[in-house]
Design a protein around this ligand. Structure first.
Ligand code: IMP
Length: 182
């Protein structure tokens, strides 16, 4: 009997045009909120890279980048989920206007951890921008200052978001549909 190999599918949730339009709006808003300040965009590797690259080009004036890498261990769906710092920033953030740029705010545990360590380094302002917000999944009390899109509780990929490191290069955001067993 022939074996039928069923493939994963990605169902488009947010098109590249909608993402581009929303990022333009976010860039304008961020500059309006900090009209004269140099802004340090602090990207959380790796998922935030496409969002940071596009957002940076929509914020007029002086903008610089730095990157940090974290990973979660334990069960992320459980409040005991732990976060580990894999790569620290290259420079000090003391006295700077810092915007943490993240792909998605899910349980909030990653950003809660990051905010705690970043706050200790005495930035002048510390704000958060996320492309996506899965509001229903929140465990930690974390609020993003700039949100691209609030989305339902579905596993999404594309525009930086991965499934086993794949799909980060999709130009849109989609819901991953895994093949059914059997
Ligand atoms: P949090 O700590 O639960 O808020 O999770 C944040 C991280 O989990 C994100 O930076 C993503 O790497 C990952 N994540 C959460 N939801 C999704 C998803 O739907 N697709 C892909 N990655 C996700």
């Amino acid at each position: 009997m022939a074996t039928v190999v069923k493939k994963e599918k990605v169902k488009t949730l947010i098109t590249r045009a909608r993402i581009a339009k929303r990022i333009r709006e976010m860039g304008k808003q961020i500059r309006k909120d900090f009209p004269k300040e140099p802004i340090l965009l602090l990207g959380v590797l790796k998922g935030a890279v496409p969002f940071l690259a596009d957002l940076a080009r929509q914020i007029p004036g002086e903008v610089t980048f730095d990157f940090i890498a974290v990973s979660s261990y334990g069960k992320a769906s459980h409040s005991s989920g732990q976060v580990k710092l894999n790569k620290d920033l290259d420079s000090s953030i003391e006295g700077k206007t810092v915007l943490v740029v993240e792909d998605i705010l899910d349980t909030g545990l990653t950003l809660q951890y990051l905010l705690r360590i970043l706050q200790q380094r005495k930035p002048k302002h510390l704000r958060i921008a996320v492309l996506l917000d899965k509001v229903e999944r929140r465990i930690a009390n974390v609020h993003a200052d700039y949100v691209g899109f609030a989305i339902p509780n579905e596993f999404v990929v594309g525009f930086g978001l991965d499934f086993a490191e794949r799909y980060r290069n999709l130009p849109h955001v989609g819901v991953l549909q895994l093949p059914c067993e059997g």
